[in-house]
Design a protein around this ligand. Structure first.
Ligand SMILES: [Zn+2]
Length: 59
């Protein structure tokens, strides 16, 4: 993990990278909420939550 940041948008981009890398590397299935992968689900939830925060903070 990189250093903590107060920039939600940077967090979103970072989480997106992590999530996409996971989708590429993970042998499990990822069909939205029907995902068969607990880690993938956690990453997706974190990504969406962070994205919602970033959107809320948008001017
Ligand atoms: Zn996975």
């Amino acid at each position: 993990m990189t250093a903590t940041t107060n920039q939600p948008r940077s967090r979103v981009e970072e989480l997106e990278r992590i999530y996409r890398a996971h989708l590429t590397a993970c042998p499990r299935q990822h069909f939205g909420i029907l995902t068969d992968c607990a880690k993938g689900l956690r990453l997706r939830r974190a990504l969406h939550a962070t994205r919602a925060t970033a959107d809320k903070g948008a001017p």
